[in-house]
Design a protein around this ligand. Sequence first.
Ligand SMILES: [Zn+2]
Length: 426
Amino acid sequence: MNNRASGYYDPQGETLAINLKDDFQRRKLGEILPLAYNGSAAIQDNFDRLGLKAEEIQSIQDLERIPITKKSDLIAIQKEHPPFGGRLTLPLNQLKRIYVSPGPIFDPLGPGRADPRCCKCVFAAGIRPGDLVQNTFLYHFTPFGLYFDDALVEMGCTVIPAGVGNTELQAQVLQALKVNGYIGTPSFLKAILDKVVELGFDPRKDLDLNVAVVGAEMLAESLRSELESRVGLKVRQAYGTADVGLIGHECPEKNGYHLFDLEMLFEVVDPSTGRQVPAGEIGELVVTSFNPVYPLIRFGTGDLTAIDDSPCPCGRTSPRLKGLYGRVDQVTKVRAMFIHPSLVDQVAARNPVVSRCRVLVTQQSHQDEMTFQIELSDASIDSKPLAEKMRGDIREIMRLRGEVVIVPRGTIPDDAKKIEDRRNWE
Ligand SMILES: [Zn+2]
């Protein structure tokens, strides 16, 4: 197999000189803003209310004049003008797919070929044309299953559309077909490898797994080392959101996420003011995508990060995110799914006897655990059927398993966060 640690999917684009990149980005901004303004009633409205003209925004610095749109705003915007908040620039029936995230939030996929960002990401991780790749991202509703599938096929790989679950079958397939690449969450890869061992195989001898591209949840470095040493493979991370697709990826150097700066613009801002902070300083990542079908201008990811613009030995000229340091608000991710305080409220609202509740997120041997702590207005109620019903509500609303623990009144402090993340990423 060809060298997995060098080369580029798009040699010209990925190593483009920085001065040429600035010109390119200005030109793109000059294209996308008028397109968004003319194509989307909601964006036109926004600009008009601010007294802004699309052509006045010519540089990344100028973007500061536009307010940030948050993920939670998107839910409200879409509810007000369903399904895409008046931001779609095409007739709906010209879309290739519509993805759905809890909220619900709808994400349109326009016509055309696979996303080049995704091809660049998996190539940088070490996947090559001709590889056999097991894709374990969810294929229904959420985008990443088909997103990676499309890109892998475009690159000339063969895909096993495995999806989530069926751990034993996943392990059997990995061994029987001598799969080269894994795509999915790191915790699920660990679960599959545990199953491989349980089935009596030796991951080093009986598998031919060279590369894992993982994402959708935080990866503790201890888990990365464990996975890499158990199998002799390389684990590289992808970072993105359902709303804008992939945002960054790790290269062979494993020193942060290279940003897709030919496909979108990036700012790191002070979350309280929306003003840009200098490279190296921590703030919220805000992206402006060049997606002509569904332009998102200044989309606040809610992720805290810092930019590293020092050159990378891999030769890619894009700046990198040093790391992801947590969520700006209480939105957090559990087992690759976003959980938001409003979803917690939805679960509670179905059970009027719950007077107060919060969610604790913890970790047990690298698997996320979610526990609903609840206080009841009526202590005499039979707790078993209530907990059983709530577990069903959690599964339905949050699409996750969650435990329910009834605590005495007064246990949950008045100023408690609705979602408390107690995971440790050291
Ligand atoms: Zn690099």
